[in-house]
Design a protein around this ligand. Structure first.
Ligand SMILES: Nc1ncnc2c1ncn2[C@@H]1O[C@H](COP(=O)(O)OP(=O)(O)OP(=O)(O)O)[C@@H](O)[C@H]1O
Ligand SMILES: [Mg+2]
Length: 288
């Protein structure tokens, strides 16, 4: 995007407020519910190590994520979670297997079909919040007015419209991650991929972000695959959890989260929640 285009991406307070969320049918392009939005088939990744040997980071990974699902992948440090997410994102080629989005094999870097949010703060420090959110829109067939409207809409979704003209250094960690999420969502990805997006946040901010993410998912119904090693976070957010074993990383267990779809933080204290947490932790511990 050239400077001229970025200059035009600002938040104009006098403009009409963003379209009501309910009218924005984000997921209306989704495939029929019985077809997976994302499918990982027989994926393995071998890294070369010294002595001509190979480290099997992940192996025999098969998973399906259906439209509007929120699925978490949990596992111990080093079990291959980021490797798998980077393969799904198209940032790393698999050694075997393939990744399908809406039934089509994906190749290459993340595009409009896969939005990615990483753990570290990956905003461009020299761009304003609005310019960061607008960044990916340069690759789309959009007029400047449409880009501005899209930026305004998603800044509104993440509650940061007042910070549109601020720079990342002027924001807290949680706010930066909200911008990163807005940036990923602005491209209206088919699947939102997140690698420990709240890993660097303190406990209280993390819980606020979890609430925010659930609310966002409730509004947009975007299909989400999120990686976390925080078991409580995974249960609170998702409908299904895949537990990965270590060395090599394989899918050890798939656990459905049978909790009401509308959740508040208090649910973490209920016997049902604690029982699921016990099952997940036991699965992870037995692996060690
Ligand atoms: N570029 C690389 N070259 C060689 N080995 C690698 C490379 N990247 C990762 N690995 C190895 O692959 C394994 C999986 O790493 P990965 O980063 O995917 O784990 P992770 O589950 O995301 O860990 P964490 O929870 O600590 O982020 C580890 O043993 C790691 O040492
Ligand atoms: Mg990782």
């Amino acid at each position: 995007m050239n400077d001229h285009t970025l200059d035009s991406i600002f938040y104009d307070e006098s403009a009409a407020s963003a379209e009501p969320l309910s009218q924005r049918i984000y997921a209306d392009r989704s495939s029929p519910h019985h077809l997976p939005k994302l499918e990982v088939k027989n994926v393995a990744k071998f890294y070369p190590v010294r002595g001509g040997q190979q480290l099997i980071a992940v192996e025999d990974i098969n998973l399906k994520i259906f439209p509007r699902e929120f699925v978490c992948l949990v596992g111990a440090s080093g079990c291959g979670k980021s490797t798998l997410l980077n393969i799904i994102a198209g940032l790393l080629p698999p050694s075997t297997g393939e990744v399908l989005v809406d039934g089509k094999s994906v190749t290459g870097r993340p595009g409009s079909d896969r939005g990615v949010v990483f753990q570290g703060y990956t905003l461009y420090p020299w761009l304003t919040v609005a310019q960061n959110v607008a960044f990916g829109l340069q690759f789309q067939q959009m007029t400047k007015i449409e880009q501005r409207e899209q930026v305004r809409y998603f800044l509104n979704v993440v509650g940061l419209e007042k910070f549109a003209n601020s720079y990342p250094k002027q924001l807290s960690g949680g706010m930066k991650q909200r911008v990163a999420i807005a940036r990923a969502l602005a491209n209206e990805p088919t699947v939102l991929l997140m690698d420990e997006p709240f890993g660097a946040l303190d406990a209280q901010t993390k819980e606020q972000m979890q609430e925010f993410l659930l609310e966002l998912w409730g509004k947009t119904h975007v299909t989400v695959l999120m990686i976390t090693h925080d078991v409580e976070e995974a249960i609170y957010l998702s409908q299904r959890i895949y537990v990965l074993s270590s060395h090599p990383g394989c899918i050890k267990r798939e656990i459905p989260i049978c909790l009401p779809e509308h959740r508040t933080l208090d649910i973490k204290l209920t016997p049902e929640f604690i029982e699921i947490k016990r099952q997940v932790l036991q699965t992870i511990r037995h692996d060690h």
